[in-house]
Ligand binder design. Sequence first.
Ligand SMILES: [Zn+2]
Length: 379
Amino acid sequence: MSDPTIGLLRDLIAIDSVNPSLVSGGAGEREIAEAVAREMHAIGMDVEVTEVATGRPNVVGTLEGRAPGRSLMFCGHLDTVSVAGMASPFDPIVRDGRLYGRGSADMKGGVAAMIGAARSLASSGGLESGRLIVAAVVDEEYASIGAEALVSRWHADAAVVTEPTDLVVAIGHKGFSWIEVTTKGRAAHGSRPQEGLDAILRMGRLLSRLERLDRKLQARPAHPVLGTPSLHGSLIAGGRELSTYPDCCVLQMERRTISGETADVALSEIEEILAALRLEDSDFQGDARLMFNRPPYETPAGHELPQLLESAVLSIGHPANRAGMTYWTDAAILGHGGIPSVIFGPGGEGYHGLEEYVRVNEVLACRDALTILARKFCV
Ligand SMILES: [Zn+2]
């Protein structure tokens, strides 16, 4: 495989960059960031490496045009989810046009494509005008401290986040809220029902209301780009031992949000259910708290970026499709930080699964479309 973009992708897959906040003992992004910085230097970019947390550096490479003009940012994350259960996560094997390995699709393929685009530009005379910023950030799979640090230091007139979209031009995605709900009971010997209060059965009351709420949310008219909200229970724990009434049960759940919903929509829905349950039974005790919230994102209506990218995709012989994505990305942080963004990258299968691959031809097509986009946008 002599193509430098695919060569780089193989090198990136071979480097363990499991997110250490997500998976304790994870290798982190230091080694992969060094590889990315080396590649950017070799291309002739100006490179800035900024430690966001200990051993976790963002890498930003810039390619200056010969005249002033607009700036375009490409952004991708360097971290991956866990490799537990995978046969050979760091062994980049090509089979039937697919390149396998942890992070191949999510999203070292996109990272290789955006750096490959910078290489194509630099080796064909550079940018006539404007500025290309290529940002490889840490920690997208956990708390996005990389993207947060990036928007606090860098600005661009538009951005492409190269998460896997199967080369669909994605103009938005849902947000999410994580909520923790606790129900309280009273511990007592299992043989003494008049003394015990069962926190787990009380959580059951809440769970059945949640299921009803989820059906209602998904029955709403779908937002044209983002679809409908939804929720699911994620983790649950409670009880002490078999022969004891459980005094506490804790549920952690996720609510996916769409634009038009407020940041506290999920919490207020749960609080409404808890209030209703208290009204039905004065012994019912439960409370909820918001653990984490990320807003949804939509590319500003009428922005030229999706259109320009679609024509770039068409010009390399691929169909141009526009849609929303379901999963959250750093595009929300860039977008809400003042950089209008789309999501566009090479697809595959097995994101967060046991067998992950990216389609090699899509990595190359993504690189070529991004190269054309940069020339068109940076004027
Ligand atoms: Zn990702």
